[in-house]
Write a protein that binds this ligand. Structure first.
Ligand code: GLU
Length: 481
């Protein structure tokens, strides 16, 4: 039997980091077993589904590098993978279930259902609706023929229970007393999530349903539906939900929750994927930095933890820094180029791109986030802008003006304009003027970059070029007078 798994997001929001983790585990499981990873769209909620969210889900999955074999955009045997285009199929299944007695037309009103619930709670019984307010089948047909609106409910066998072995959580049992005769078709003919999801899983031959723990209570319903359809049961695995570092359900209070936000902030996709993989699974041996192909090799769904996983952006930032340093310089420069251009609101010309490549390794050494980079290299591509805090701290110190003027004179006549040449000349100046490196070089840094925090000084000057370096030193000297 070949493994077939699916990721089934509803396009009612941007792809959440929890959804990204679910997609990743499905992907790892499929690839590990040489199976198929299917992407469908649970878009039956027409009011809340949007094309923008659907697009975001596709783009975010592609950005993460989680390619799928069948489904949206890539197509496959099923034709369509959008639930909104399969309504006739869901209605057909509902009709079959009614015909064989597994489902019935329900006329219970909202008031009746509410009264039932209140009564049940007051007398300590389960509030799960058991169909007691429904007419007998002949009556039901008459009322239907008279045009009365009806939903279709699944007739949960009572008494009874549903037991299944969840790969992550072990044996799970639901007493049917707790499971209501759930609606499968609304009175307007649209399917509920339970019907659409189960019919798709059956029709698409899904062997393993890997999804969030929030759907655990839906699973007995899906198992009952599958059984009623006479189909084979899938294996289920429910992943624990993501928490913030404070142990509360992950929300915007903890930072960004959309994959898109991390993509926009310049996180590296392989770092994000690596971090998401660790939210509930360990590749073994305390190892944390593991590339995707290696994770595919090692992935084991049975090893996934049922404990809540903590989504901690500090750890993600650390991981991102590791991946940034692993990039070769050319890839790093290529990755930051669009961010730098966006920051400057213009494109860099070929000479400037070469300059960016030159300065890139010195920024790469320290960056945790690509989004930090534009600010650090802005002084090279835009005019000087002094950070007043840095200026007041550094440029008013004794010796600052002497250093700036001294550097101006020496660099103007330097033969060898290179990192080593600049360093040699300025160290000589420090010795002659009897200035410490701190006292003598900090003012130069502020003069050329505007800030006391910048990439290394000699490298920055080399990238800036002689003309602009000297112009900036002169400008600073004039401002100090
Ligand atoms: N469409 C559901 C959601 O976005 C997931 C369905 C499933 O995995 O069964 O929460």
């Amino acid at each position: 039997m070949s493994v077939r798994v699916r990721f089934a997001p509803s396009p009612t929001g941007y792809l959440h980091v929890g959804g990204g983790r679910t997609a990743l585990y499905n992907y790892l499981f499929a690839r590990h077993h040489g199976g198929s990873f299917i992407l469908r769209s649970d878009d039956t909620d027409r009011a809340r589904s949007t094309a923008e969210y659907q697009q975001d889900i596709l783009e975010s999955l592609r950005w993460l590098g989680l390619d799928w074999d069948e489904g949206l955009e890539v197509g496959g045997d099923q034709g369509t993978y959008r639930q909104s285009e399969r309504l006739a199929r869901y209605q057909e299944v509902a009709a079959e279930l009614i015909a064989e007695g597994s489902a019935y037309y329900s006329f219970a009103t909202a008031e009746q259902l509410e009264a039932f619930r209140e009564e049940a709670m007051a007398s300590g019984r389960s509030p799960a609706y058991d169909g007691r307010h429904e007419p007998d089948p002949a009556d039901a047909m008459a009322r239907l023929a008279a045009g009365e609106p009806a939903t279709v409910r699944f007739a949960v066998p009572r008494p009874g229970e549903t037991t299944f072995v969840d790969v992550v959580r072990g044996t799970v049992t639901f007493d049917h007393v707790q499971v209501d005769d759930f609606v499968i078709l609304r009175s307007n003919g649209t399917p509920t999530y339970h019907l659409a999801s189960t019919v798709d899983d059956v029709d698409f031959g899904i062997t393993h349903v890997i999804r969030g723990e929030d759907l655990l209570a839906s699973t007995p319903k899906h198992i009952l539906l599958t059984e009623a359809m006479g189909a084979e049961q899938a294996t289920y695995a429910h992943l624990s939900l993501l928490m913030g570092p404070d142990g509360k359900k992950l929300s915007k209070r903890h930072g960004h929750t959309a994959i898109k936000a991390y993509r926009d902030a310049g996180y590296l996709a392989p770092a994000m994927v690596n971090y998401l993989a660790l939210l509930g699974w360990s590749p073994g041996d305390d190892e944390t930095v593991v590339p995707l192909d290696e994770m595919v090799r090692r992935f084991d769904l049975a090893e996934v933890s049922k404990n809540p996983a903590i989504f901690d952006t500090d750890k993600l930032d650390w991981m991102n820094g590791v991946y940034i340093r692993e990039l070769d310089v050319a890839s790093f420069a290529e990755a930051v180029l669009p961010l730098v251009e966006e920051d400057l609101e213009r494109s860099l010309d070929a000479g400037e791109v070469a300059t960016l490549r030159e300065i890139a390794p010195h920024v790469q050494e320290r960056a945790k986030l690509l989004s930090e980079v534009p600010e650090q290299v802005r002084f090279v591509f835009a005019g000087i802008e002094y950070d007043e805090g840095s200026w007041n701290k550094v440029m008013t110190k004794e010796g600052a003006d002497v250093a700036v003027k001294g550097a101006c004179e020496r660099l103007a006549v330097l033969d060898n304009w290179s990192i080593e040449g600049i360093e040699g000349s300025l160290r000589e100046m420090l010795a002659t003027l009897e200035l410490s490196a701190r006292k003598g070089l900090q003012p130069l840094r502020v003069a050329i970059s505007g800030s006391s925090v910048s990439p290394p000084l000699f490298e920055s000057m080399a990238a800036l070029g002689r003309e602009r370096t000297i112009a900036r030193l002169e400008q600073a000297a004039a401002r100090m007078e």
